[in-house]
Design a protein around this ligand. Structure first.
Ligand SMILES: [Zn+2]
Length: 143
């Protein structure tokens, strides 16, 4: 995503790097092109809240629309509002799979935070707030 300041002024990486090897590779590439990381934003959320949020996600098997049983339920249970197809509970959104992914995150990705805290300004955002407030907090940091 590019910041909208009338001209190209930056970029955002979301979901990358995922491990220290990738983080060091990124550092090397940035050094080669004379660029640097201005800000690091870390969205913090209790792991069990992540499990609850993701395990309530449903997706349409046909048009791929995404629903949430609590925050964005379909009008008819189990059916897509857009196309009427059956909603699926993807394997990635099963609680055990989510906990496994969080374990991988703790082992592989979390060490990057220590590296970035030693080199850059790291901003922590409270991910437990409603989505519009989290969005506003992030926009305030990059605006
Ligand atoms: Zn659909």
């Amino acid at each position: 995503m590019l910041a909208d300041k009338g001209e190209w002024s930056g970029w955002i990486l979301d979901g990358y790097p995922r491990n220290l090897t990738q983080a060091e590779a990124l550092e090397s590439v940035l050094e080669d092109v004379g660029a640097t990381i201005d800000k690091v934003i870390c969205i913090e959320l209790d792991p069990e809240v992540i499990v609850t949020r993701l395990s309530n996600r449903r997706s349409c098997g046909s048009c791929k629309a995404v629903y949430h049983l609590v925050s964005k339920p379909p009008k008819v249970e189990g059916k897509c509002d857009a196309c009427g197809a059956e909603l699926l509970h993807r394997a990635d959104d099963q609680p055990d799979t989510i906990r496994n992914r969080l374990g991988v995150y703790d082992k592989e990705t979390l060490p990057i935070l220590g590296l970035y805290e030693s080199r850059y300004q790291v901003h922590k955002v409270d991910g437990s707030k409603p989505i519009d407030e989290v969005s506003a907090d992030i926009t305030g940091l990059i605006g």
